[in-house]
Design a protein around this ligand. Sequence first.
Ligand SMILES: *[C@@H]1O[C@H](CO)[C@@H](O)[C@H](O)[C@H]1NC(C)=O
Ligand SMILES: *[C@@H]1O[C@H](CO)[C@@H](O)[C@H](O)[C@H]1NC(C)=O
Length: 206
Amino acid sequence: MKFILASVAAFAIASLVAGESINVTIHYRSYCIHCQAFSREQLYPTFNLLGDEILNVELIPNSIATYDDAGNLAPTCYSGENECVAEQYQSCVWVRNYTQAQKILFWACVAATDDSSIAENIQSCIETAEMEWDEISECYQNGDGYKHLIEFNEIQHSYDKEIDHVPFIMYNGVVDYDIETAARAAFLETTCSYLNEKPSSCPTDD
Ligand SMILES: *[C@@H]1O[C@H](CO)[C@@H](O)[C@H](O)[C@H]1NC(C)=O
Ligand SMILES: *[C@@H]1O[C@H](CO)[C@@H](O)[C@H](O)[C@H]1NC(C)=O
């Protein structure tokens, strides 16, 4: 109950300052070390500075679209089966109604883990972010995680330009390679450049 009330409050604030909120979409792979570094060193601290009234973050696992023998779109993952398992669990988290703070903490927790144990550490990171393991586990076990991964895959193929590397950062749903490069190098600064009224946590020019 307390959790639901907190979420409602967050939504209300977000809509009050709608002019100064920004959508950020981050395409990533679970086992990509630059994605892990981005999560820990850029997204997590920037989110803590700017907060969820300003940032509206969407995380999209990047898998390769292939078709299986039955002609269905089936994701395969660059680093093999364990990465796909991890990304299915993560997809179950991303589509759920947890707060951004929970999701971003969860990703930073997963990203702090060595590749070989990401799938095994999902549960402890779910618990670190105070999300329900039973619910996420069920989502994975019953195949919903796989479906969500395919849905994310379809989103990635719906843009007018290719998502050609990860991490790949988009603002307000636009694929722009120059802005993407800037955002990857300096996420806080690039995000602040979109805000007319800069919060004190944005770096100043002088
Ligand atoms: C998600 O959270 C919002 C805001 O708290 C709430 O209104 C909505 O009912 C929730 N949706 C689900 C599916 O739990
Ligand atoms: C931001 O995302 C929301 C959905 O989460 C959408 O309704 C809104 O139009 C988006 N704003 C921009 C500027 O892309």
